[in-house]
Design a protein around this ligand. Structure first.
Ligand code: FES
Ligand code: FES
Length: 158
């Protein structure tokens, strides 16, 4: 089937099998390997992307569901410079093996878009669908708090 959508600000048209998963479309067909596949079954959040402004799990979506959608992956977040959320993850030591990080960053950005000054409890709730085997989550929550504080000082994300 033919599909067209906007990917990280660019229009894309592809001919793909109807049952192609979005995670495979991104990683294998388009070479965007920033989005990770952990569980492949909707449990870990490693494959989190944004579709029309909402977080979605790329392992649970089929290519046809992207038709006419606005899709953002971690590659779109990390353009010429790191996003404030990414900077905060680095500064606070919230990245260890890094496998969960792209999905965490996508979920954290969505959280901060909805609530620019979330409490630690709200951050934990907002990131509850993203699993991390390394950090114990404390530093990730610290990073999101720091990103929120930094963005609020500057009056919003650049
Ligand atoms: S790989 Fe999609 S939720 Fe785990
Ligand atoms: S940093 Fe390794 S899984 Fe989160």
């Amino acid at each position: 089937m033919k599909i067209s959508f906007c990917l990280n600000g660019e229009n894309v048209s592809l001919d793909v099998p109807a049952d192609r998963r979005v995670i495979d479309l991104l990683r294998c067909d388009l070479g965007l390997t920033g989005t990770k596949e952990g569980c492949g079954s909707g449990e870990c959040g490693a494959c989190t992307i944004m579709v029309d402004g909402h977080t979605r799990l790329a392992c649970l979506m089929l290519a046809g569901q992207l038709e006419d959608c606005r899709v953002e992956t971690i590659e779109g977040v990390a353009g010429g410079r790191l996003d404030p959320v990414q900077e905060a993850f680095v500064e606070k030591g919230a990245v260890q093996c890094g496998f969960c990080t792209p999905g965490m960053v996508m979920s954290a950005r969505a959280l901060l878009d909805a609530d620019p000054d979330p409490s630690r409890e709200k951050i934990r709730a907002g990131l509850a669908g993203n699993l991390c085997r390394c950090t114990g989550y404390q530093k990730i929550v610290d990073a999101v708090r720091a990103a929120a504080a930094g963005m609020n000082r500057k009056g919003g994300r650049h």
